[in-house]
Design a protein around this ligand. Structure first.
Ligand SMILES: [Zn+2]
Length: 385
């Protein structure tokens, strides 16, 4: 499918959280010819630029050599469009850049991101989305609430960039200082004031969490206020707490992201291990699950997959028919498609399975390591029916 008119040019000079990139819409795009260029480059350090130039140069020559004569011109035009964009100076906070482009389709997406992608450059019939999908799996948005008994700051961390969503404070001492109360009465009042302050914070957090889709929230700060707050959370919110951590109330944003990432990544690992276990359990009892490329491909094609489960570092060569989308693993592409006679091309089967999952609304989970998955080429799926 060709990109929609209003989806042909995306990108600006600001950082884009990886969760904000419309990967579902990107997965809808494909052509019969290899006209979509995808480039992922790290841009965090000074040395990256020279390495990026050398990498892109090598890949450019390899791709050009491999293309049929009548497609070389289109590729050159696409390269001319992206040339400056690939090597332009990084903006503040930028650690990576993703460019999808096709001159024949007047298609150009440029994303500056706050996390580092591995280098990749691919020319294919559709945008190459696996690296982006893995980044989104690792860097799902999460909240950090930093609080003590009189101040609370709420952040949303998106691709390692914290945005402050709210700030509440109360002046406990001044409110109750006057009047010459006894120490006991003062302490009682102070406790009450802290409690009412914390319930205000709870309301704020609840409100914010209902508006943003996040992995969950990290509760940080010095002392006991954070534990007191957790006790006051409604059960539904309590489940969203990823962890607690001691931090000074004036902690820097960098500190917030560092401890937040550790807790969030730990949660991601636990979540994907749980998925892998679910898959294994279903397979063992002959339930709603499949393993292996062929069974997973068929289930995806018929829209039966609820969660596609993939080992993180696999790549399986195969071919696809660019017309009817027939997909076969571990074989060289035949001259023409045996089903419809359409043009064929070599592909990474994993990327194609991923795109199928996105198009059919299946969730995708990347698993670091799992023996059961590894024994079936790293591919499996939980089924809807
Ligand atoms: Zn075909």
């Amino acid at each position: 499918m060709e990109p929609r008119e209003d989806f042909k040019r995306v990108g600006d000079m600001a950082l884009t959280p990886v969760t904000k990139i419309d990967i579902k819409e990107l997965a809808e795009i494909y052509d019969e010819l290899d006209v979509y260029l995808s480039v992922y480059l790290p841009t965090a350090s000074r040395d990256d630029e020279a390495a990026n130039r050398a990498f892109v140069d090598t890949r450019r020559r390899a791709i050009e050599d491999a293309l049929p004569r009548d497609q070389k011109e289109g590729f050159k035009e696409t390269m001319a469009v992206v040339d400056d964009l690939l090597f332009g100076r990084p903006i503040s906070g930028e650690r990576g850049r993703i460019v999808f482009a096709s001159a024949p389709h007047s298609f150009l997406h440029v994303y500056r991101i706050g996390v580092e992608p591995p280098r990749a450059m691919v020319l294919d019939t559709s945008p190459f989305l696996l690296p982006l999908a893995k980044l989104r799996d690792d860097y799902m948005d999460y909240g950090v609430l930093l609080l003590d008994s009189k101040e609370a700051r709420l952040f949303c961390v998106r691709s390692d960039v914290p945005e402050e969503m709210g700030h509440l404070s109360t002046d406990l001492m001044n409110k109750h200082k006057k009047g010459g109360w006894s120490q006991m009465r003062f302490n009682r009042l102070r406790k009450g004031a802290i409690k009412s302050f914390l319930s205000e914070v709870v309301e704020d957090v609840q409100d914010s969490c209902s508006r943003h889709k996040t992995r969950g929230i990290v509760i940080a700060g010095p002392g006991d206020a954070k534990l007191q707050l957790i006790e006051m959370l409604p059960a539904e919110m309590g489940k969203k707490v990823l962890g607690t951590v001691d931090l000074p109330i004036d902690a820097s944003k960098r500190d917030l992201v560092e401890v937040g990432d550790e807790i969030a990544l730990e949660d991601e690992r636990a979540r994907s291990m749980k998925r892998a276990e679910e898959l294994r359990a279903e397979i063992l009892k002959g339930g709603l699950a499949v393993l292996g490329i062929e069974a997973t491909r068929d289930a995806l094609s018929s829209g039966r997959v609820s969660v596609l489960v993939l080992l993180k570092d696999i790549s399986i060569p195969g071919w696809i028919c660019e017309r009817c989308q027939v997909l076969e693993a571990r074989k060289l592409p035949p001259e023409t498609c045996p089903v419809c006679g359409g043009p064929t091309s070599p592909v990474d089967v994993v990327e194609e399975l991923y795109e199928l999952a996105e198009r059919t609304g299946a969730e995708v989970e990347f698993v670091e390591e799992d023996a059961c998955l590894a024994s079936s080429e790293g591919v499996g799926a939980l089924l809807r029916y």
